[in-house]
Design a binder for this molecule. Structure first.
Ligand SMILES: [Mg+2]
Length: 177
């Protein structure tokens, strides 16, 4: 159980992900968390650099999807407007929403990476299915109260070990490019 808590890769932010490295590992599909991973929680509009980066991913041949525990139709509509297949109201770390996203992307589990800012939803959910998991620093958006009280406290115990394991002596800064 304990091993499910550790990501395969840790980088400060989504723009730090080395796409060539993922390709060499056979990754062809990327599942992104939404809140505080690609946009700050509560933020509906996507910044231009995010849209450009999503386009770049697609141009480079990666399939992209979103799996979010967010329940708001408005956030779902934004993802759809950008042409990204999305599973909302996902109840991560359950397996089902990840499997649905994998199916929508038309890739296999072995070819799928999960990118998210939370250990207990994104990393554990991906690891349970044997997906390649990538943890990033949360963007500084407001957090769901349950997240701050529970998950973030437990994460605090694990993060120094994860940072060290991936070559950072302490918490790297936010990537706000
Ligand atoms: Mg998140």
């Amino acid at each position: 159980m304990f091993r499910f808590l550790f990501p395969n890769l840790y980088v400060p932010g989504i723009y730090d992900i080395d796409l060539e490295y993922l390709r060499r590992r056979g990754i062809r599909g990327l599942i992104f968390d939404l809140d505080n991973t690609i946009v700050e929680r509560g933020e509906l509009s996507w910044p231009p650099e995010l849209r450009l980066w999503m386009d770049e991913l697609k141009e480079k041949g990666f399939a992209v999807s979103i799996v979010s525990n967010n329940r708001r139709r408005s956030a779902e509509a934004v993802a759809e407007a950008h042409g990204i297949p999305a599973v909302f109201r996902a109840v991560k770390p359950r397996k089902k929403p990840f499997l649905k996203a994998i199916e929508m992307m038309g890739v296999s589990r072995r070819e799928t990476a999960v990118v998210g800012d939370q250990i207990f939803t994104d990393v554990v959910g991906g690891n349970r299915l044997g997906l390649f998991t990538i943890l990033i620093n949360p963007l500084p958006g407001k957090e769901f109260i349950g997240t701050t009280l529970f998950s973030r406290q437990l994460e605090r115990l694990l993060l120094p070990r994860i940072w060290r394991r991936h070559g950072f002596s302490r918490r790297p800064g936010h990537d706000r490019r």
